[in-house]
Design a protein around this ligand. Structure first.
Ligand code: GLA
Length: 348
C-alpha cells in the first residue's frame, strides 16, 4: 500500500492542568486528504477532504482548542475504552466476583465511565504513515479489574483510507471492547445529516431495555424504520425512530475488503461530494444519529452543536456483552491480546 506523505509530524496543541504538553499530529496523503490526531484521548479531531468542486470539507465535529476536548462530554472523536457503550446496572460478574462500575448515566455505565481511556494522555510516535498511541489504564479504573496496556494506531494511505488498529493486554481477566466515537457530517455540519444516504450491511440489531441497554434479544430490521439494507436517506424515516437512531447493528458477514479478508463492509454513506465506506473485523456497529447533540455546547469555530447534526458509526462488540451470555464474548485473559481493526475509506 502506498504511503502517505507526512506533512506535519506534530505541533503543540495545549497544556493539561497537570502541566503536561499535548501534541497534535497531522497526516496528509498524496491526494490532499488530511487527518488530525490528538495525544489527549487519542482523538481523531479532523478529517479534511478536498472536494472536486473546490475547497475542503472537514467532515468531523470537534473543538478548536484543548479546553474544548477537556470539557467534552459527548465523546467527540475520542477512543472509547475499556468498554464501549452501556453496561446495564453498571456491574458485571466474572468468576464469581461482582465488579461495580462508575454509574455515569443514571444507573447505567456508559463508554467506560469517568476514567476511560478518553481521559488519558496517550504517548505517541510516528511510524511512516501511521501515528501510534499507547496508554496504561490502571487496575481498578472506573471499577474494572486489571492493568490494561492499550495501543491504537491511525494510518492514512494513498487509497484515502484511515485504518484504526487497536490492541490491548491485561494483567487480570476483564472485558475489552474499544471503539472510536467520531461524529461525521460529510457536508461539513452546517445542516442536519438527513440528506446523507446510508447503507448498513445488517439485517438485525440488538434490542434495548428502557435504559438503552441491550437486553439479549434481536430485532429484524425488515419492514421497520431501522432498515438501511438497501440504502436510504437518514432523514427518510428518522421521525419514526424514537427521537433518532441509537442502536447496535449486527454486521452481516457478506462483503470483504478487497485487500483484507478479515475486514467486512459494515456501512456506506454518500452525499453528492463525498462517500465513505467502513470496514471492520468487529461484529457490531452502533449507528447513533447525534440525538443528544446540544446547542448549549459549542464546537469548532464556536458554532453550537444541534440535534442530528452528525452521525457516529462505532464499530464494536455488542454492548453489554458482559451481562449477555448469548452475545459474542468480550472477556480477555492475561496472556491474550485484544485486537480490533476498522478501516474508513473516502471517495471524493
Ligand atoms: C453513544 C450512545 C449514545 C450516546 C452517545 C454519546 O453512541 O449509544 O446513546 O450516549 O454515545 O453521547
Amino acid at each position: 500500500m502506498a504511503e502517505s506523505k507526512l506533512v506535519a509530524q506534530s505541533s503543540k496543541f495545549g497544556i493539561l492542568p497537570t502541566g503536561e504538553q499535548v501534541l497534535k499530529y497531522t497526516l496528509r496523503n498524496s491526494n490532499g486528504l488530511e487527518i488530525d490526531l490528538l495525544e489527549y484521548g487519542a482523538y481523531l479531531s479532523a478529517i479534511r477532504v478536498p472536494v472536486k468542486k473546490g475547497g475542503v470539507i472537514d467532515v468531523l465535529l470537534g473543538y478548536d482548542d484543548l479546553q474544548g476536548y477537556l470539557d467534552d462530554k459527548i465523546y467527540c472523536g475520542c477512543v472509547v475504552g475499556r468498554v464501549a457503550n452501556r453496561i446495564g446496572g453498571a456491574k458485571f460478574t466474572l468468576d464469581g466476583h461482582t465488579y461495580n462500575l462508575d454509574k455515569n448515566r443514571g444507573e447505567v455505565h456508559l463508554h467506560a465511565g469517568y476514567s476511560g481511556m478518553n481521559t488519558l494522555l496517550w504517548s505517541s510516535k510516528v511510524n511512516g504513515n501511521s501515528v501510534q498511541f499507547s496508554c496504561v489504564s490502571p487496575d481498578g479504573a472506573s471499577g474494572y479489574p486489571g492493568e490494561v496496556r492499550a495501543d491504537l494506531s491511525y494510518t492514512l494511505t494513498n487509497d484515502n483510507e484511515i485504518v484504526l488498529d487497536y490492541s490491548a493486554n491485561t494483567s487480570k481477566k476483564c472485558p475489552l471492547n474499544m471503539t472510536n466515537h467520531a461524529y461525521f457530517n460529510l457536508q461539513g455540519g452546517t445542516e442536519t445529516i438527513y440528506t446523507h444516504k446510508l447503507t448498513l450491511n445488517s439485517s438485525k440489531y440488538t434490542a434495548l431495555d428502557n435504559n438503552l441497554v441491550p437486553n439479549g434479544e434481536f430485532i429484524e430490521v425488515s419492514g421497520t424504520p431501522y432498515d438501511f439494507t438497501a440504502g436510504k436517506l437518514i432523514g427518510q424515516d428518522i421521525a419514526s425512530s424514537n427521537g433518532g437512531y441509537d442502536v447496535n447493528y449486527c454486521i452481516n458477514d457478506k462483503v470483504k475488503h478487497s485487500k483484507c479478508d478479515q475486514l467486512k463492509l459494515c456501512a456506506e454513506v454518500e452525499t453528492s461530494e463525498i462517500s465513505m465506506s467502513i470496514f471492520t473485523d468487529q461484529v457490531g456497529v452502533q449507528f447513533y444519529s447525534g440525538n443528544f447533540l446540544d446547542p448549549s455546547k459549542l464546537g469548532k469555530k464556536g458554532v453550537p452543536f444541534f440535534k442530528h447534526q452528525a452521525f457516529c458509526l462505532e464499530t464494536q462488540g455488542y454492548p453489554n456483552s458482559v451481562n449477555q451470555p448469548a452475545f459474542p464474548d468480550t472477556i480477555v485473559s492475561p496472556g491474550q491480546t485484544y485486537t480490533h481493526a476498522t478501516l474508513i475509506q473516502f471517495k471524493f
